[in-house]
Design a protein around this ligand. Structure first.
Ligand SMILES: C[S@@+](CC[C@H](N)C(=O)[O-])C[C@H]1O[C@@H](n2cnc3c(N)ncnc32)[C@H](O)[C@@H]1O
Length: 322
């Protein structure tokens, strides 16, 4: 481990080889590998080209990358898989989501992958599986994946509805790609020595790295700070002390990148804590053009990315899209 860390730390990010792009080059969203077993509401796979540009704007890869609101984890997984930081820590409060990460990162990932592959999903088998009370973390993880893949929008919060007609009238099976999900789990297991998962309050836990200049933070809380409150129905834990999030981010010795909805209240918070902001274009699940807000100390690296050139994922087969 020590050896690998020092090798990573010596690598310069500016060689373009490690990321397949040069700063300012065209960002091709279709080229972003999907690594998470989740289809996660508010997931940030679309932001991966920016994450690469952000971390490669540092002269050397950070020793530690911390994601205090990890959710579906696509950013953390990319950082670990692409050696964008020497070690990744994912934190998530939701017990259902946490069970999946606990099993994959610190438990029997191969067992969970096999269980998913072997499950014959029908309305009856789904109902029977979800009627059982999970007795182990792995059983809870399996329940979570089942629900995530059969609930509308991947929503795990209470009150989430089941997918009805789904893609091409395939109903509950329309997002059930067992071979793809199992492969992603096995792939994560290959890099898990570089990842730590902790279940708990991201805000409280992240403080332990606040004084370390070589730790960077990617902070993507539920979007409940503005009056739009877009995140309020997506997660069981949606209430966050956003002022405290900004206060912590401002106090961190290392670099910080936050994402929020593009709203006046968020600009006001960013101004109060002296942050730079940059709107970034994204396509919603309904393919509507939207903007979200990047917040950090100095977002010059983001302004160099050609946002207008983001390409669609139309050429990616559905089983690889989420
Ligand atoms: C916007 S989502 C993160 C999405 C993630 N970046 C992705 O790409 O999938 C916010 C997450 O924060 C979690 N959360 C809410 N309150 C939390 C807390 N106090 N500590 C840790 N996680 C929390 C929610 O359960 C949700 O998974």
């Amino acid at each position: 481990m020590e050896k690998r860390n020092s090798r990573v730390k010596q690598l310069s990010f500016r060689d373009g080889e490690r990321t397949g792009r040069q700063p300012g080059a065209i960002v091709n969203v279709a080229s972003v590998p999907q690594r998470s077993p989740f289809r996660y509401p508010g997931g940030k796979t679309w932001l991966i080209p920016h994450i690469r540009a952000w971390l490669t704007s540092h002269p050397t890869p950070p020793a530690a990358f911390v994601e205090p609101f990890a959710g579906g984890g696509s950013v953390s997984l990319t950082v670990a898989c692409e050696h964008l930081a020497a070690h990744v820590t994912m934190i998530e409060l939701d017990a259902q989501v946490a069970a999946v990460w606990q099993t994959i990162i610190h438990g029997d990932a191969a067992g969970l992958a096999a269980q998913i592959e072997q499950f014959d999903l029908t309305l009856d088998t789904l109902a029977a599986a979800l009627r059982t009370i999970p007795e182990t973390t792995q059983q809870q993880a399996f329940h979570t994946i089942l629900k995530n893949r059969t609930n509308r929008g991947g929503i795990l919060a209470p009150g989430a509805g089941r997918v009805k007609t789904g893609e091409a009238g395939k109903g509950i099976r329309s997002r059930w790609y067992p071979a793809t999900i199992a492969r992603r789990i096995r792939d994560i297991a290959l890099v898990r020595s570089r990842i730590t998962f902790i279940q708990g309050d991201g805000l409280a836990l992240a403080r332990q790295w606040a004084d370390d200049p070589d730790t960077v933070f990617f902070i993507d809380p539920p979007y409940t700070a503005s009056s739009k409150r877009a995140g309020s129905r997506l997660y069981l834990h949606a209430e966050v002390d956003h002022d405290a999030v900004f206060r912590l981010a401002a106090a961190c010795a290392g670099d910080v990148l936050m994402t929020y909805d593009h709203a006046e209240e968020i600009h006001a918070l960013a101004d109060r804590y002296g942050f730079d902001t940059e709107p970034v274009a994204m396509k919603s699940t309904h393919h509507a053009e939207m903007t979200e807000l990047l917040i950090g100390r100095d977002l010059d690296w983001a302004r160099q990315i050609q946002i207008g050139s983001v390409q669609s994922r139309a050429s990616v087969p559905p089983s690889e899209q989420d």
